[in-house]
Design a protein. Structure first.
Length: 442
């Protein structure tokens, strides 16, 4: 065998994942807000990118009045309407109450303030009295007394160490406390959670209906009294696409008001042809290519989202006309074959994107559902429709004799939808519906 070096030419065809291609794929998957931020970042780094105009919704334009102009009574805009409402926290709410306790000493006020500062977002005290006594070098009895004072404040149940103690504090302060409720909650909370009402009824020699009434009363209490002061801010969704019905036809409109309009500065384009410095010329041309690539990538993204949305609306026209019962099974592959692209492209174009329809606001991925063949010769049914049917069956069932999973499967089979009991359990759990034993009322 002879070894040696050889110089040869080979012709190969392969796809190279360049940085531009990778970034173009990422742009397709960006939401409108993420893409707007990305464009502004690129504009801050590239002097050739000129954001000539930033489209805004009518609401945001209304919010952008100049404060340098004199306020006119003829204009319906009032700047005071847009002042942020004062945020009332649990800590400030409790401190306001203890400020009215004039009989407290300075040390007692200090202990109460310390206890309030150690409440979690549910209003529970995270430290034991002994630990607080050691940290503040205060008598244990005085700390326990201040904990009791804290537990007397609003909201009822605040300052408890856990959910059980919070419920007991709330029961103690009820104007009309039902008999057995305190004892049942204190000693049989696990049986209540497991809905073993027969054990509770037997232990306290009361009827199942009485136990049910006590549980209903318990459900009116707030197990986490401090949670009302920790509401997360409302998140508004700006749809990427809007569908409007015009003359019995659905028109797709791409919402680009969140995106800035990308332009290329003509001064630098002309400078690239006139400048004699090779290094500067190379830099300008690189930035020019990057700006043009960004513009093309954004246009390609918008075109892809528009085409995917148009294809989805075409397939789901019956849903838009008649509702969820007419939602057809649809897969990423169906849309990809129709548009002549890869499934991953359709997935990126629909992930995190929302569409505003006459039926409401939906994520584009909502329209992709699996199919289940019907036995009555009709077209296949989507899983979303089956889940809706399952919800209606449970909502209309006899609460004293709730439908079992097998019975639900049988009722669906009568409508031509044949699925196994295990599938019913899967769909029921995905809908957050309890089993029949836990849905039963007495």
């Amino acid at each position: 065998m002879q070894l040696g070096l050889e110089l040869a030419q080979k012709q190969l065809l392969k796809l190279s994942m360049t940085a531009e291609l990778r970034q173009s794929i990422n742009i397709l998957s960006y939401t409108a807000a993420d893409l707007a931020a990305f464009i502004e970042d690129q504009a801050s780094e590239n002097p050739l990118i000129n954001l000539t105009d930033i489209h805004r919704s009518p609401a945001s334009l209304r919010n952008s009045h100049s404060y340098t102009q004199p306020y006119s009574t003829d204009c319906d805009y009032n700047p005071f309407d847009y002042l942020a409402a004062p945020v009332v926290t649990l800590e400030s709410h409790l401190n306001e109450q203890i400020s009215m306790f004039k009989e407290l000493t300075c040390r007692q006020q200090h202990i109460l303030t310390f206890l309030i500062g150690n409440l979690d977002q549910n209003g529970f005290l995270t430290l034991e009295a002994e630990v607080v006594s050691q940290l503040l070098n205060a008598p244990l009895l005085e700390v326990q007394s201040m904990i009791s004072t804290l537990q007397s404040l609003d909201p009822v149940g605040v300052g408890a160490r856990n959910v059980l103690e919070s419920l007991l504090l709330q029961i103690e302060k009820l104007a009309q406390k039902p008999a057995f409720l305190y004892d049942i909650v204190k000693h049989d909370i696990e049986n209540i959670a497991a809905k073993k009402y027969h054990l509770i009824a037997k232990k306290y020699s009361i009827s199942l209906q009485h136990v049910q009434e006590l549980v209903d009363h318990l459900c009116k209490l707030n197990p986490r009294p401090g949670s009302a002061f920790h509401n997360s801010p409302t998140k508004y969704i700006a749809p990427d696409v809007t569908v409007k019905k015009v003359a019995n036809e659905y028109v797709i409109v791409l919402n680009d008001y969140l995106l800035p309009t990308i332009g290329v500065d003509n001064y630098y384009k002309e400078l690239a042809t006139d400048i004699s410095c090779r290094k500067t010329n190379k830099y300008i041309r690189q930035q020019l290519n990057q700006a043009e690539w960004l513009l093309n990538s954004v246009n390609h993204r918008n075109k892809t989202i528009y085409n995917v949305s148009k294809a989805i609306v075409h397939h789901q026209k019956a849903f838009l006309d008649h509702g969820l019962s007419h939602l057809k099974p649809l897969s990423l592959k169906d849309i990809a074959l129709e548009l002549g692209c890869h499934e991953s492209t359709v997935s990126r174009a629909t992930n995190g994107k929302y569409i505003q329809t006459p039926r409401g606001l939906f994520e584009l991925k909502f329209f992709f559902t699996h199919s289940v063949n019907r036995s009555d010769g009709d077209q296949s049914t989507s899983t979303a429709f089956i889940k809706e049917q399952l919800k209606q069956l449970v909502a209309n069932e006899n609460k004293q004799k709730p439908l079992s999973d097998q019975k639900l499967a049988s009722l669906l089979a009568h409508e031509g939808i044949h699925i196994s009991r295990r599938t019913v359990v899967k769909y029921r759990e995905e809908l957050g519906i309890d089993s029949s034993s836990k849905r039963r009322r007495f």
